[in-house]
Design a protein around this ligand. Structure first.
Ligand code: NDP
Length: 323
């Protein structure tokens, strides 16, 4: 038997249950992974509440690290005993063991421990594709990063700084502002009431070529107003709720802006892209350019408490769940 956090209905953290489920057998192209650590991500909340659709009952979670303990036929990517990690659909990571497509697994270098791997695969590969592909940040550019003290945020601040950018972070408290500054943010805005005015002040009126907005509903318009002409609005999350319908004409009126809604699944659909993103992440983490801050650890069976903390904006950096 395997233990898993499952939901039988959508709702608050209380819908999560710690249950026995039969240990699955790996089929063709699949591997069975014994989890060492599981990553907590905001997307887990969207699946729990039903904002993102899934069949029920469901095991939450999209990210974990661990050891391959069995493989099905035709598996070429990994072997029994390999240390691996993943950040991928389908959900099912909140479990002690799971079966997953072997071509979604990435082998871990010796210098990346299991806890760091579970903390960084999803948030770190997201930071990689946002900064290196969605909008390729250039040295000397000033960029705006929302939730700058969060999991994705702290990684983005450090990585963007390393790329030579000036980072303006947005956070909700002074303590989070200090944390963002300590991880590379040059300027920090607390709250988003006067976002565009603050960005104008920090950029001497130039505004920014790119906004990375994971907050959604509450900040979308203020983010558009913070962009320079021809700027890129990267709307990559909905922590405050989905953005909803957009009047395309607004993009013209606000300066011929670009708008994209990127997702990790698209950017890692090809295994070569997944491996390239992971290798860039392992490189910056291995060299100490990006430090992965595991600021909260919960037993996996207490995942509900972890969700409560994440939704109450009480976490900073990354959070892991230990089976
Ligand atoms: P975080 O650690 O960043 O936690 C979310 C943060 O969002 C909070 O700490 C809080 O920071 C801020 N926030 C603002 N408004 C709210 C609100 N109403 N409720 C809760 N939090 C709020 O989470 P992650 O690093 O896991 O993810 C960050 C964002 O990136 C999420 O929106 C997630 O969905 C998105 N994401 C998107 C991916 C993609 O490929 N598209 C992949 C990975 C993540 P503060 O208090 O400072 O405002």
């Amino acid at each position: 038997m395997t233990k898993a956090i499952r939901i039988h209905a959508h709702g608050g953290p209380e819908v999560m249950r710690w249950e026995d489920v039969p240990t699955p057998e790996p089929g063709p192209g699949e591997a069975l992974v014994r989890h060492a650590a599981v990553g907590l991500n905001f997307i887990d909340v969207y699946f729990r509440t039903g904002l993102y659709k899934t069949g029920l009952p469901a095991t939450l979670g999209m990210e974990a690290s661990g050891t391959v303990i069995a493989v099905g036929p035709d598996v070429t990517e990994v072997a029994i005993g390999d240390r691996v990690a993943y950040a991928t659909a389908p959900i099912g990571a909140y479990s002690t063991e799971r079966v997953i497509a072997a071509n979604r697994l990435v082998k871990l270098p010796d210098n990346i421990d299991f806890n760091t791997a579970a903390a960084m695969m999803l948030q770190g590969i997201t930071a990689q594709y946002l900064l290196r592909r969605t909008y390729k940040v250039q040295p000397g550019e000033t960029i705006l990063v929302h939730a700058a003290a969060g999991g994705v945020g702290l990684i983005m601040c450090q990585w963007a700084k390393h790329l030579g950018a000036t980072v303006i972070g947005v956070v909700s408290t002074d303590a989070k502002a200090d944390l963002a500054r300590a991880h590379g943010a040059d300027h920090v805005i607390v709250g988003h009431a006067d976002l565009a005015a603050e960005v104008r002040r920090f950029t001497g009126g130039a505004m920014v070529p790119v906004v990375y907005d994971s907050i959604g509903k509450d900040t979308f318009m203020a983010s558009l107003d913070s962009l320079a002409p021809l700027g890129m609005m990267v709307s990559f999350g909905n922590a405050s709720g989905p953005v909803g319908a957009i009047d395309v004409g607004l993009l013209g009126a606000k300066g011929s802006l670009f708008l994209t809604r990127p997702g990790l699944a698209t950017y890692t659909a090809k295994r070569a892209d997944l491996l390239h993103a992971a290798s860039e992440l392992f490189d910056v983490v291995g060299r100490g350019v990006v430090n992965i801050r595991v600021n909260q650890t919960f037993p996996l069976q207490d995942a509900a408490r972890a969700h409560e903390a994440l939704e109450a904006r009480l976490t900073t950096g990354s959070t892991i769940l230990l089976p």
